[in-house]
Design a protein around this ligand. Structure first.
Ligand code: S3P
Length: 180
């Protein structure tokens, strides 16, 4: 049985997959507010993501992600774009929460493009090491089935522009919500 999720669009995908940029595009076109789970964590803790990883560790960061998803669900808001951190799908309970929050879209991007985009800044603790390429490939192998399990829709983004991706998401989102 399918229970109707609220009319939010939830963007998931690896670091550098364009969740924030496409989120901004969707927010602009639909005039829905954009919320970002990383920003919510920074706001509620008063610390940056690298600070949280350094002082509390990854497990604590994942706890913050679960708490933020649960808080979003409890708010019962609709018509929002929700951009998420790339590892939000690591926890089984988060994968369920994501699907309860709205229409979940997985932005698929190649490892080459991920490396190109993420090499521009050093604010991603998991990639701040001697061999980010190896880390990206290992994490992708582990996470691809988890993104797949969480998503209502998958989009291969490498050959598309952000506006093209946003338009596609809006069309398929309308279809999804009218079908449910
Ligand atoms: C992470 C992705 C980051 C951020 C944190 C951990 C991950 O978000 O949540 O650095 O585990 O993939 P972005 O996907 O927005 O970079």
């Amino acid at each position: 049985m399918n229970e109707m999720p609220p009319k939010n669009i939830v963007l998931i995908g690896f670091m550098g997959s364009g969740k924030s940029s496409i989120g901004r595009e969707l927010s602009h076109i639909l005039n829905y507010p954009l919320v970002d789970t990383d920003h919510l964590i920074v706001k509620r803790t008063g610390h940056s993501i690298p600070e949280i990883f350094a002082s509390e560790g990854e497990t604590a960061f994942r706890d913050h992600e679960s708490a933020v998803l649960q808080a979003l669900l409890d708010e019962k808001k609709e018509r929002q774009i929700i951009a998420t951190g790339g590892g939000i799908i690591e926890r089984p309970e988060n994968r369920l929460l994501l699907r309860q929050l709205g229409y979940v879209v997985w932005l698929i991007v190649s490892p080459e493009e991920i490396l190109r985009r993420t090499s521009r800044n050093r604010d991603r603790p998991l990639l701040n090491n001697d061999n980010p390429e190896d880390t990206v490939r290992t994490l992708l192998d582990h996470r691809i089935p988890l993104y797949k399990e969480s998503a209502h829709e998958e989009i291969e983004t490498d050959s598309l522009t952000f506006p093209e991706i946003a338009t596609g998401i809006i069309e398929s989102g309308r279809y999804f919500f009218s079908l449910l």
